[in-house]
Design a binder for this molecule. Structure first.
Ligand code: NDP
Length: 242
């Protein structure tokens, strides 16, 4: 049987790129979403096709409801294969200590993470439920589980995603659509380029940051039939941090 298509948001770099590659290697035709970096997205797409996989680029800002709505309608209309796997990975950080946090830093993070979750997931959930098969995997963070100083906005958004995951899992369970969160600790991507390693490494029991592939392997597993009884869960990938 043909595997369903898999949409991965924020897949031009970092964790999302690793997830897109793993899902393509598992036989899913991957829809690779990104916001701005055409060159990076093209390089990921080339790596996927060079490895024998199928990929389609889909450039849209997940925080923009109209743009996302139009893009998903086009993706559904242009190919009869269902989108059965959705990975909500797109995310940004705008760190600041809370007393200095500006409203645009607060809103930018909420818009990408929480509006992005709604904008992408809402039009895809019902088609999955009708098919009686689906995998929705949301990338949260150790910050959403524990809270991190300097990241009140990011921690709130990532905790919100955990609540949304648990509620949606309950709504979808009877229709064989699973909804789970993966909560990474510090993972080596551009997002943590400014993080002081000498300060953070001692806080990680494994004394090292993780690799994107150490997150994507779990996401790829959650997308399989073997993970069919796992739903509403938050699974950490954090070297023992939480
Ligand atoms: P990166 O900053 O390396 O990559 C972010 C990706 O998201 C890029 O592909 C970017 O596209 C895309 N993106 C950002 N905003 C939007 C948007 N509005 N619409 C569509 N795409 C968007 O991030 P990581 O790979 O590090 O992070 C991936 C996810 O993992 C995020 O949700 C992050 O919060 C989470 N996470 C990361 C951790 C880490 O330590 N790295 C730890 C815990 C969680 P483009 O380049 O085209 O703008």
């Amino acid at each position: 049987m043909t595997k369903p298509r898999a949409l991965v948001t924020g897949a031009s770099r970092g964790i999302g790129a690793a997830i897109a590659k793993d899902l393509a290697a598992a036989g899913h035709a991957v829809i690779l979403n990104y916001r701005s970096n055409d060159e990076a997205a093209g390089a990921v797409a080339k790596a996927i096709t060079d490895a024998g996989g199928e990929v389609k680029l889909a450039k849209f800002d997940v925080g923009d409801h109209a743009a996302t709505h139009a893009a998903i309608a086009e993706l559904l209309a242009s190919d009869e294969r269902p989108i059965g796997v959705l990975v909500n990975n797109a995310g940004i950080a705008r760190d600041n200590v809370f007393p200095a946090m500006k409203m645009d830093e607060w809103h930018a993070v909420m818009r990408t993470t929480l509006d992005g979750f709604y904008n992408v997931t809402q039009p895809l959930a019902m088609p999955m439920m009708r098919k009686r098969w689906g995998r929705i995997i949301n990338i949260s963070s150790v910050s959403g589980v524990n809270g991190t100083r300097g990241q009140v906005n990011y921690s709130a958004a990532k905790a919100g995603i955990i609540g949304a995951t648990k509620a949606l899992a309950k709504e979808c369970a009877k229709r064989k659509v699973t909804v789970n969160c993966v909560a990474p600790g510090l993972i080596e991507t551009e997002m943590i380029a400014d993080v002081r390693m000498d300060i953070v490494k001692p806080m990680i029991p494994m004394q090292r940051v993780g690799k994107p592939e150490e997150v994507s392997s779990l996401v790829a597993f959650l997308a399989t039939d073997a993970a069919s009884y796992i739903t509403g869960q938050v699974i950490g990938v954090n070297g023992g941090m939480a």
